[in-house]
Design a binder for this molecule. Structure first.
Ligand code: ADP
Length: 222
C-alpha cells in the first residue's frame, strides 16, 4: 500500500512542481517580489515532500525485499570523492571541513554503485546536519579487521553526538532523538533505517560510536 500510494502521489506532485517553477521563472507573466517569496516557500516544500515520498518508496522496497541490486566492481575512492564534492556546497555553507582518508592500496569492493553512494550521501548529509559551524568531517576506508574480504568505511564528525541510550534506536524507522539542540533540525527519521537496509542488502553491517558534544562515527562494511 505504501509503495503504491507514494508512487501515485509523486505524479501530481511533479506537475505541481512544474507549474510553480514556470511561475517562478516568470514564464507565466511577471510576478512581484512577494509572490516570488511565497512561490519559493511552496517550491521548497514540494522538494521536501518529494524527498519524503522517495524515502517511503525506498523503505517499502527494502522491507518487502523487492530491492534490486546491480552488483559491480566498485572503486570506493571515486564514489567517496564524488559524494564529497556533491555535498561540499552544503558543508561550505557551515564552514565545515570535509576530508578523505583512504590508503592507496585499498582493494575495490563488490557493490551496487547507486546504493553505495546513497549510503554515503545519507551518512555525510547527516554529519553535516548535526555538526555546528566550523566543524570537521572525515570519510575513511580500510580493510575490515574482522573479515579480510570486506572494507570498512567510516564517516566521522565533530558534531553534537548521540546520547548513549539512543545509539541502538536511531536505526529504527521514524526514530528521532528528542533534545533541544536538535529542535531546529528537520528530518523524517527514515534516513538511517534506509541506510541500514541498503548496507544489509550488500550483506554488510553498520554501527555507530558517539559521545555527546564530541561527535559521532558511523561505520559500515561492504
Ligand atoms: P533524520 O531524517 O531525522 O535525520 P535519520 O534516520 O537520518 O533521520 O537519523 C535519525 C536520528 O539520528 C536523527 O534525528 C538524529 O537525531 C540522529 N543522528 C543521525 N546522524 C547523526 C549524527 N551524525 N550526529 C548526531 N545525531 C545524528
Amino acid at each position: 500500500f505504501v509503495s503504491v500510494a507514494s508512487h501515485e502521489l509523486r505524479t501530481p506532485l511533479a506537475a505541481i512542481k512544474n507549474a510553480v517553477q514556470l511561475m517562478l521563472q516568470g514564464k507565466t507573466g511577471l510576478i512581484n517580489e512577494n509572490q516570488a517569496k511565497f512561490l519559493s516557500v511552496a517550491d521548497r516544500n514540494i522538494n521536501r515532500l518529494t524527498s519524503i515520498l522517495n524515502s517511503l518508496l525506498d523503505l517499502s522496497r527494502i522491507e518487502s525485499k523487492k530491492i534490486e541490486m546491480k552488483f559491480e566492481e566498485l572503486v570506493l575512492r571515486s564514489s567517496i570523492e564524488f559524494i564529497l564534492s556533491s555535498l561540499k556546497p552544503q558543508a561550505d555553507g557551515k564552514s565545515i571541513q570535509l576530508k578523505m582518508e583512504i590508503p592507496e592500496e585499498l582493494p575495490s569492493v563488490y557493490g551496487d554503485r547507486e546504493k553505495a553512494e546513497q549510503i554515503l550521501t545519507n551518512l555525510v548529509g547527516n554529519a553535516i546536519k548535526f555538526t555546528p559551524e566550523g566543524g570537521k568531517i572525515s570519510v575513511s576506508a580500510k580493510p575490515f579487521e574482522e573479515n579480510g574480504d570486506m572494507v570498512a568505511i567510516s564517516v566521522r564528525d565533530s558534531g553534537i553526538g548521540i546520547p548513549e541510550d539512543q545509539l541502538d534506536r536511531i536505526f529504527e524507522k521514524f526514530h528521532q532523538v528528542e533534545d533541544p539542540l536538535r529542535r531546529s533540525i528537520t528530518g523524517t527519521g527514515l534516513g538511517l533505517a534506509i541506510t541500514k537496509g541498503l548496507v544489509e542488502a550488500h550483506h554488510g553491517k553498520i554501527w555507530v560510536e558517539s559521545e555527546v558534544g564530541k561527535g559521532s562515527t558511523f561505520t559500515f562494511t561492504l
